[in-house]
Design a protein around this ligand. Sequence first.
Ligand code: GAP
Length: 495
Amino acid sequence: MTAPSMDVLVSLCKRRGFVFQSSEIYGGTGSCWDYGPLGVELRNNIKRVWWRDFVQQRADMVGLDASILMHPTVWRASGHVDHFTDPMVDCRECRRRLRADQIDAVPWVHYCEATKGNKFTIPAGEPCGRCGARRTLCPECGRGQLTPPRQFNLMFKTFMGPVEEDAAVTYLRPETAQGIFVNFDNVLQSTRRKLPFGIAQIGKAFRNEITPGNFIFRSREFEQMEIEFFVNPNEMVDGRPADEHWHDRWIADCQAWFIRCGLDPAQIRLHEHAGDELAHYAKRTVDLLYRFPMGWSELMGIANRTDFDLKQHAKFSGKSLTWFDEERKEHVVPFVIEPSAGVDRALLAFLLDAYHEEEVRGDKRVVLRLHPELAPIKIAVLPLLKKRPEIVATGHELRARLARRWVTLYDDTAAIGRLYRRQDEVGTPYCVTVDVKTVGDPDKGETGDQRVTIRERDTMEQIRVPIDELESVFTRLLGETAWPEVAAAYPRAES
Ligand code: GAP
């Protein structure tokens, strides 16, 4: 099985309503994306499962939902005004803006003098094979001189209030983390927490990326799922400083979560930041990389931010941001372990990993083997014959009943084979088929066997289940019980 290319996935996402380009009818907005009917369900499921596993099920975590617009001083204290920059260069000819540190990582356009100025596109970082020249001009147009590098701040500026003046400048938050730091004392006072404990938040972040790209991997508006886990730096756990112990615990927990949600462990690896890669606030950072179509790239980061942020906000606000250690009778500025994941990158990884093409009876089948908890639609109710009113009525009735607990869809717009394929392609784990045997023939006084067929997505196996037992069967199937165990209790139906 080869992983899908990004083009294949982008096409599926558009065709089936997962992701659309933002403002497409106007030609699109640079690197912003809209999530369609299936995309919004998948996205909500990722966030719901993450929140349940990392916030609601843990005794040492609480949640928060801070506003996107914050006091402008927040961004001076955090270092974003001074440090949240990328070096960029401009082409004097085509006016294209590029990241200075990435110019040699893209193929470059070259008008080769050895071939009377013919145009070639040369692979990234390589010299021209004809004249031996290396890139000096703009890699995009091949003609323009590049300006010297300048630092470009990635924060989006806006104005608060009715007057567009310098004093009213504020920013769209580039990370959700700062909303947690500035609320540290509010949460501490209102919940009476003891260290170690964490505050989690899911929300939008905005970055004016110079070179966004790779579909939803790097966009200008995206969503983060972040945790700031506060630990006592004076404490030892298992013979190690508490921050180092918890950092390793969080790296393991995050990796395990992605695998439990369906990612292939062979497609995940850890990347330890070298000294010159570390952010200005970090003692140590480890990224979880996923093998995306463009290569191993960051899925999420887990950083040890030390006491940098709390100390900075204490300094700039004049408020004490400490925790009082009753045992040692001392005020402590906690260290912070920060697992920070992007919702959009997680969604992209889950889709890529789930995508499979296979041959079934001579036909190509595309199937998204999404974890059932993430699948946008859990059950599809499909009538075998839409001309029979009893079949259609039973189908609608079943959909309404099942939809009270699970996202359930009714579809009668094609023949059954095609309906199954459609559901496979969007990752629906179970289809329920209503057929002639279910309802019988009322004209002959038959009531049918009141059983329906359940088809499982990955194996395509089918079982025949009494309608009355459907809810209990799906409670098990969409809970903890595996298909083979449930299926063993029912007669097989022919596929
Ligand atoms: N608070 C720490 C922080 O924001 P980061 O490594 O800049 O760290 C964390 O971002 C995560 O947010 C990344 O691992 C990625 O999943 C996601 N992310 C960052 N920039 C993004 C972008 N432009 N588009 C989509 N996701 C992004």
